[in-house]
Ligand binder design. Structure first.
Ligand code: GTP
Ligand code: MG
Length: 351
């Protein structure tokens, strides 16, 4: 199984500034030369560089620590110390930097190509700066500013437009495969999907990234089944699709249960626009059940779907486009964005 690394810790440090120099000019026949200590160089910064061709945080896991160079000390004859080199940390798009202890988000690199996370210390001033009319021999200079070192969490959130939520076996992966170029494993037993799958849906000139995540059961928030940690992969989607198997006994309770589990993970998930999709409408007795589901939720959009019926699939596509357009601040992902995100992910369950 190909694992995926989407969370890791690294140690980062910006460089200390170099100290200013204490020095006096020494020339033949000049008994008392004036101060000429140069300034220290600035310490290197810690810089995140977003690289769209990266797929994982594996490189960070391997390297672990990223330390910028210290600035060099100033020297006599007013020579500046060389600035310390920055350390650059290459990360995939969608990376978020967190406080390792509290989990607080320190920086979100979405939409950025370069981000200076920690500044290096300033170089200290040489004694040359401190000469005055009354103090002609300053025997001191400024020390360099301290760099900062810390341990941070780095997390890769895949930004999908629509997230699929449903009990195991509801037909999530089947729908993903039908709408996108993804080949998510489909089988008639629960928990077929063990890691999130993404696919890109093209609709006219629009591209949507769809996320299929493992099935959620009642109590998943307490760790039952596959748990709910995968919900973070849909935490930034524009909308959600709740897939409900109309052949299942609990089809009328499913929506409420799923919402409860989402709420336990992050109540904001309930604010997302959503559509309810009753699946497997090609199976017997599902027409009446779909009607019951619609009757239970008259205020929500409830669609019937069989992945074998083109018209139903088309309706679902349109519903997804509608969901995304309800979130104008995100809007449609540009082709470049989705290409980057998509090419970033080739998680697969295949061994
Ligand atoms: N008759 C019928 N069967 C379907 C339909 N969609 C999916 N199925 C079947 O339902 C079973 C489960 O489908 P999946 O797509 O694997 O379901 P899932 O929600 O991804 O399941 P997990 O990954 O286990 O959470 C498979 O046997 C599919 O062939 C449909 O529209 N009609
Ligand atoms: Mg699946």
């Amino acid at each position: 199984m190909i694992g995926f690394s989407d969370e890791t810790y690294i140690d980062v440090a910006s460089g200390h500034g170099g100290a200013g120099c204490v020095s006096f000019r020494r020339e033949k026949f000049v008994p008392k030369g004036g101060p000429d200590g140069g300034d220290g160089g600035k310490g290197g910064d810690v810089v995140f560089v977003v690289n769209p061709s990266l797929r994982t945080l594996d490189y960070l896991k391997m390297k672990r620590s990223f330390i910028a160079e210290n600035g060099q000390n100033g020297q006599g004859a007013r020579c500046y110390g060389r600035a310390g080199r920055d350390v650059e940390i290459p990360v995939p798009p969608g990376t978020v930097i967190k406080d390792a202890q509290t989990g607080e988000i320190l920086a979100d690199l979405s939409g950025l190509s370069r981000y200076v996370f920690l500044k290096g210390g300033e170089g200290g001033l040489g004694n040359w700066h401190f000469r005055t009319a009354t103090r002609q021999t300053p025997r001191f200079a400024q020390p360099g500013g301290e760099g900062v070192s810390m341990r941070i969490g780095v997390e890769l959130l895949i930004i999908a437009d629509i997230g699929f939520v449903g009990f195991p076996n509801a037909g999530k992966s089947s729908l993903l495969n039908m709408l996108t170029n993804a080949r998510s494993k489909v089988a008639d037993y629960p928990f077929t999907t063990k890691i999130p799958q993404l696919g890109m849906m093209r609709y006219g000139d629009q591209d949507l990234v769809l996320a299929d995540i493992p099935g959620i059961i009642e109590g998943a928030s307490q760790g039952l089944g596959m748990g709910i940690k995968f919900l973070k992969h849909i935490s930034r989607t524009s909308g959600l699709a709740f897939l409900i198997d109309l052949t299942g006994d609990n089809y009328l309770d499913a929506f409420g249960i799923l919402r409860g589990e989402l709420e336990a993970f992050a109540p904001e998930l309930l604010d997302k626009p959503f559509v309810i999709i009753g699946t497997k409408t090609d199976e017997p007795d599902t027409a009446g059940r779909l009607a019951n589901l619609k009757a239970k939720y008259p205020d929500y959009k409830v669609l019937g779907l069989s992945v074998y019926i083109d018209e139903a699939v088309e309706k679902v596509k349109q519903a997804f486009i509608e969901l995304v357009s309800k979130q104008p601040e995100r809007g449609f992902s540009s082709v470049m964005d989705t290409d980057a995100v998509y090419s970033d992910v080739h998680w697969s369950e295949e061994s």
